[in-house]
Design a protein around this ligand. Sequence first.
Ligand code: FES
Length: 136
Amino acid sequence: MSSSTFGRRDFLLGSGLGLGTLLVLPTVAASAEGDKVAIPLAKLEVLKTVGGSVVLKLKGKLVLLVRDSATSVRAFNPICTHRECVVAYNPGEKKIKCPCHGSQFDLNGHAVHGPASRPLATYAADLAGEQIIVTL
Ligand code: FES
């Protein structure tokens, strides 16, 4: 799939530090078609390095993207399943952590430390050349 097959849209970037502290960063051009969104890696410097992460708003949905390896990216709904704070990725522990009450999730979205017991919702994400394609 090439980006030329997508219509052009703009999306806001944010940093998930907890509900109410969402930081809105400059608008980044992305492309979308159907339920797929293509984001140029050149617009997401933080995801060029393994361990990098960012929360984006794509098609009205918050998405946590984590660069988990040289060849892959994972995508999650960053809303904690305990009481809906926005989670963040901790690259040192390779865990997604909630700042509100300490819940932790692994890179499959599974809750590995409470109080949350339900997994984070995940989205399909592919690193395809110089772009990330997320299926919402
Ligand atoms: S809201 Fe995440 S642990 Fe309570």
